[in-house]
Design a protein around this ligand. Structure first.
Ligand SMILES: NC(=O)c1ccc[n+]([C@@H]2O[C@H](COP(=O)([O-])OP(=O)(O)OC[C@H]3O[C@@H](n4cnc5c(N)ncnc54)[C@H](O)[C@@H]3O)[C@@H](O)[C@H]2O)c1
Length: 366
């Protein structure tokens, strides 16, 4: 299999798991890394044996790089992607795909013009957990799906992330931060969304960082931190979705999907594995369903490897930019619906990504 040389831009908190996993995929090799903070890039290069540290612009233009992995903060996703694509590179970017639907479309239009592929996180839905959920639904395990619930409720990220400010600036908030996991999982399992109605709120106009090294510093909050809404899917399925950074504790499930013949309890969509259980309303109650075998551990990089194979096989990547743009349009519709006091129709249309078979993505990861 051809090796695709990956250049990584952004060597922050999430980069470590990518650096660790990338060498384990047959289609990938680490070629170079870059960060605005050059010391961070050097530290990553030393720890993960990355051959070269470059300036960002040099990396984006480097002739020995095939795919740019964009792990910058949300505000950097579109500008870095556009430069990489302009230079003829395929890109895979962390979520969210963009901060506006217009910017997301600009990225996809340029990629089409340049003949390169675009992928986007999350790739957790390609893991054992949600691929099992999807297989069960498609096998008719709960009959015709009719409704779903998705809850991500916490008190934000300032207790653990060393630089949490970006989560509360434009491009942050619980929906753009965590919504991609939940909505990508729902859309992968249930199909595209037709319209959204929602309410949003903001409980704390200022927050105090409690993690090190910035403990005690105040941060402004620019975006809603509680988003609650209803989605109508193309198939008539109704989902209740709540994403919040304003909640101290809760006992709600992550995701449940209900159908005419039963219900599925689904794993945390921010993980690759997790428990899948079914209840058909009989005396047996909740029954565990064994997960697919591969990619049940933290397999970040799976979507990137699938993108490399997609280039070789001339197909669409499973964690595609088009899917991420549909997810983005749905996420942004929450604030729009709340502001304008109406349903928001979703314009983008997508096909569900192909399911992943156990041997689809070559890797030594379990
Ligand atoms: N931290 C997590 O647990 C986590 C999990 C999943 C996804 N993500 C996503 O990954 C992305 C990065 O998150 P993080 O937590 O690693 O953030 P971070 O702030 O820890 O790291 C981001 C890094 O990107 C660098 N950077 C920013 N703009 C740049 C540019 N234009 N050129 C070069 N370097 C640039 C910064 O200097 C920083 O080192 C975000 O989109 C986030 O949503 C984070």
């Amino acid at each position: 299999m051809k090796k695709f040389r990956v250049g990584v831009v952004g060597c922050g908190k999430i980069s470590g798991i990518y650096f660790k996993n990338i060498p384990q995929f047959d289609a990938l090799e680490l070629s170079a890394c870059a960060d605005l903070d050059r010391e961070r890039a050097h530290a990553a290069a030393q720890e993960f044996k990355i051959p070269r540290v470059l300036d960002t612009d040099a990396l984006l233009a480097d002739k020995d790089i095939d795919i740019v992995l964009n792990l910058t903060v949300p505000q950097g996703h579109v500008p870095v992607n556009l430069k990489a694509i302009e230079n003829g590179k395929h890109v895979f970017v962390e979520k969210p795909f963009a901060l506006s639907v217009g910017d997301g479309n600009t990225v996809l239009d340029l990629a089409r013009k340049k003949g390169v592929l675009v992928g986007c996180a999350p790739d957790t839905v390609l893991g054992a957990g949600y691929q099992t959920v999807r297989r069960e639904i498609e096998a008719g395990a709960i009959g015709r799906p009719t409704s779903a619930m998705a809850f991500m409720l916490c008190h934000g990220h300032e207790s653990w992330h060393p630089d949490p400010e970006f989560y509360y600036l434009k491009g942050g908030g619980p929906m753009l931060d965590m919504g991609p996991y939940y909505l990508t999982a729902l859309i992968t399992c249930l199909g595209p969304v037709r319209r959204v109605s929602a309410e949003t709120g903001l409980a704390f106009a200022e927050r105090t960082i409690t993690s090190q090294p910035k403990a005690g510093r105040k941060m402004p909050v620019e975006v809603p931190t509680h988003q609650s809404g209803t989605l109508l899917f193309d198939g008539g399925i109704i989902a209740t979705v709540v994403m919040s950074f304003d909640i101290w504790a809760n006992n709600l499930p992550r995701i449940e999907i209900h159908g005419t013949k039963g219900s599925l309890s689904c794993p945390d969509p921010n993980s690759f594995g997790g428990r899948v259980a079914r209840n058909t309303g009989d005396k047996n109650g909740w029954q565990d369903i064994p997960n697919l075998k591969r990619f049940g551990e933290n397999s970040r990089g799976l979507g990137l490897a699938d993108l490399a194979q997609a280039v070789q096989e001339g197909r669409t990547p499973r964690a595609s930019g088009a899917l991420a743009l549909h997810v983005l349009e749905v996420m942004l519709a929450f604030d729009k619906s709340a502001k304008e006091g109406r349903h928001v129709n979703i314009q983008s249309k997508i096909d569900r990504p192909a399911p992943r078979t156990d041997d689809a993505i070559a890797s030594t990861l379990p």
